[in-house]
Design a protein around this ligand. Structure first.
Ligand code: AMP
Ligand code: MG
Length: 303
């Protein structure tokens, strides 16, 4: 279907490691976009058209994942997309555009806000564990356990002695997930300070977007450098071989959607999925059905 020749390995390009310098990554960049005339002429049009094709392949892969878990209860494989971003970073838009290509029945999407009274009575991973996808499902976390070392750290919701050990706790937790059949796709949507301002203004100008506006977001802008530092620490300390982090430049929405679709597709392709074979003999089943039909037709004629 797709022409893969000149599309670089997007996952590899966007993966970051322990030495990452977030400030050096351009939020308006488009890494991995093929360098072709047709793409250069209309990158947005090209990426949007590509997303349609990627979406069809995503849906096919997702269906195979679901089918395998359904016929084989021992198959524990599942995929979890962890989406993190600053306010207005595009998490909701990404869910809509990328998850929107797949079968809703096989998705488990969870958005995490401030913990409820009940959630606060448990450790920070409690609500996360409860939202994990079952085998065969593609889970999407719109915010995640990482908020507990991001907003919680920056806004000093708990003292450092509480949040500091969490990086290691998260690494242990994610190791456990990978060992029990999860493929983790961790994505930070990286927007610029100016782009966040533009998006906030857009929300204030458009009455159909008021519901997305939160006055706290303006207060949070004062903490931008502290958030960037906290994000960089997350990327450096929790980017592991089994669960690496990816930074997706997200000022351009069409690039963001294209890149995230690639990342999920790569994770699914690494599972090397196929449709499960029949646990019955399709030929003799067809015969049986035909016999059954001629039998009941004869009965109908007798009436
Ligand atoms: P939104 O994603 O715009 O619906 O906003 C959700 C809000 O919940 C954000 O302001 C997050 O910072 C906040 N939030 C998410 N997880 C936590 C957490 N563990 N502790 C405190 N605030 C959180
Ligand atoms: Mg918000």
């Amino acid at each position: 279907m797709r022409n893969d020749r000149d599309v670089a390995d997007v996952s590899e390009l966007l993966q970051v490691g322990s030495g990452v310098d977030l400030g050096a990554i351009d939020p308006a960049g488009t890494p991995g976009l093929p360098d072709r005339k047709a793409v250069r002429r209309d990158p947005k049009g090209w990426a949007r058209a590509e997303l349609v094709m990627l979406g069809a392949e995503l849906a096919r892969q997702q269906e195979m994942l679901f089918a395998n878990a359904k016929v084989n209860p021992a198959d524990q494989r599942r995929v979890l997309l962890v989406l993190q971003a600053m306010d207005c970073g595009g998490k909701d838009g990404t869910v809509k555009k990328v998850a929107g290509t797949m079968n809703p029945e096989g998705l488990r999407i969870t958005a995490f806000g401030p913990p409820t009274a009940e959630e606060r009575r448990h450790d920070f991973l409690w609500r996360i564990r409860r939202a994990l996808p079952l085998p065969g499902y593609l889970g999407i976390f719109n915010r995640s356990h990482y908020e507990d070392v991001l907003v919680v750290r920056v806004r000093e919701l708990v003292p450092p002695r509480v949040w500091k050990p969490r990086y290691e706790m998260i690494n242990t937790f994610e190791r456990e997930l990978v060992d029990s059949g999860f493929s983790l796709v961790k994505v930070m949507l990286h927007i610029s300070y100016d782009e966040q301002r533009r998006r906030l203004l857009e929300r204030l100008r458009d009455p159909t977007k008021y519901w997305k506006y939160n006055p706290d977001d303006v207060d949070n802008r004062a903490y931008w450098p502290a958030y960037q530092q906290a994000y960089q620490d997350v990327l450096r300390r929790c980017g592991t071989d089994h669960a690496p982090w990816h930074v997706v430049p997200a000022d351009r929405k069409w690039y963001r959607d294209w890149a995230v679709a690639h990342l999920i597709l790569d994770a699914l392709k690494r599972l090397d999925l196929s449709y499960p074979p029949a646990a019955f003999d399709p030929k003799s089943e067809t015969k049986r059905l035909e016999r059954e039909e001629t039998g009941s037709a004869a009965k109908m004629n007798d009436r």
